[in-house]
Design a protein around this ligand. Structure first.
Ligand SMILES: *Cc1c(COP(=O)(O)O)cnc(C)c1O
Length: 375
């Protein structure tokens, strides 16, 4: 988010939410109605409209994307000690959600072009203790869901799609979040749409919806109030958050178009450099954060470049570290994830970023790249 990722106002931030009159209207309405907690019409409407946006029968709002992943695994019936396969390159939330429900995250290497899970490696990693796989649509690029589905159905493995960074991305015209048993989205402040904090589960299964809904609310018995047959969670979203989220959802077409224009301008301005700019939009991807990768960069030079850019008023951010590099994970980072992670960073991407700001960023970047390679 802009506030945490930049400390001065002169620096162009990596991201910042676009809040307008519609958001203010809905949130004001929600707060004046008195329905400020987790009951209220904005929640119902947000869930209904989000399901129809993704093209699933159901959607269920939750407090954030991380607990959304936890709830999805719990609703599917994961037992302690079972393995959940995740890509090695992802935000830590994917791994943390598995750990939080007593599962064992097992990392699989990524595809060097899509940055998403490598399906051949996934095939090798599935065993009799594999409960589920969580493909992540990283930086807006869809994972290869048709192949993952075919493989998982054959092997009896559940699929939870982590679509936290890919609202609106499609594969052959079908939205991400509609391929797995459950899809999970995030509405954190730097995501494609925001509810402040928030998340959404999507599914076609009425049984999974009921199960997740029950667990979201302390597994309260449907027949007997304040009776609980098992331990559950409080993972509810508030009506205030849903009011903000609904306004954003109703503007998502405008946001996605604007993000696409931003990506095209970066690509044309940086076409003379050795940088590989993504995501490649041809494949149904959306542009959450513009990615820049150079085979000439490693962790040290990449970090030096980020520092130099910041001194010149451009905030960027490093790619996620491979999950296998993190000290609380008991395995090693995988080669492609390691190479991509060390040689990549994200450029400012948000609705409201102007053409002249993009041109400024590109000029600074081209100059700093030369400076870094001369040293
Ligand atoms: C943001 C994100 C999440 C978690 O979402 P929160 O709403 O921040 O909890 C999970 N997975 C990925 C890949 C994300 O980028």
């Amino acid at each position: 988010m802009s506030a945490s990722e930049s400390t001065t106002y002169d620096v162009i931030p990596v991201s910042k939410p676009c809040i307008g009159a519609l958001e203010i209207k809905y949130v004001t309405d929600a707060v004046t109605s008195g329905w400020v907690s987790s009951l209220g019409s904005y929640i119902d409407t947000f869930e209904e409209e989000f399901a129809s946006f993704v093209g699933t029968r159901h959607a269920l709002a939750v407090s954030n994307g991380t607990v959304g992943l936890q709830l999805a695994l719990s609703a599917l019936g994961i037992r302690a000690g079972q393995e959940v396969i995740i890509p090695d390159l992802t935000f830590v939330a994917t791994a943390n959600a598995v750990l939080a429900v007593g599962g064992v995250p097992v990392q699989v290497d990524i595809d060097p072009f899509s940055y998403c899970i490598n399906v051949d490696e996934l095939k090798k990693a599935i065993n009799e203790n594999t409960f589920a796989v969580i493909p992540v649509h990283l930086y807006g690029m869809p994972a290869n869901m048709p192949s993952i589905r075919e493989l998982c159905i054959e092997r009896g493995v559940r699929i939870v799609e982590d679509a936290a960074e890919a609202h609106g991305a499609t594969i052959s015209g079908k939205q991400v979040g509609s391929f797995g048993d459950i899809g999970v989205f995030s509405f954190y402040g730097n995501k494609i749409i925001t509810s402040g904090e928030g998340g959404m589960l999507t599914t076609n299964s009425p049984e999974l919806l009921d199960r997740a809904k029950c667990l979201r609310d302390h597994a309260m018995s449907a027949e007997r109030r304040y009776w609980h047959n098992e331990s559950g969670f409080n993972f509810r979203m508030t009506n205030l958050q849903a009011a903000l989220g609904l306004a954003q959802l109703r503007r998502i077409g405008e946001f996605l178009e604007c993000r696409e224009r931003i990506l095209h301008r970066y690509k044309s301005r940086l076409s003379s450099s050795a940088l590989r700019i993504g995501p490649a939009l041809g494949d149904g991807a959306v542009n959450w954060l513009v990615t820049a990768q150079s085979p000439r960069l490693d962790f040290t030079t990449r970090d030096r470049l980020i520092t130099e850019l910041r001194k010149s008023g451009v905030d960027t951010r490093p790619f996620f570290y491979p999950i296998g590099m993190l000290p609380f994970i008991r395995s090693k980072p995988l080669p492609v994830a390691l190479r991509v992670s060390g040689s990549s960073f994200n450029l400012p991407t948000f609705v409201g970023l102007t053409d002249s700001q993009i041109d400024f960023i590109c000029n600074v970047l081209l100059a700093k790249l030369e400076y870094i390679s001369d040293k």
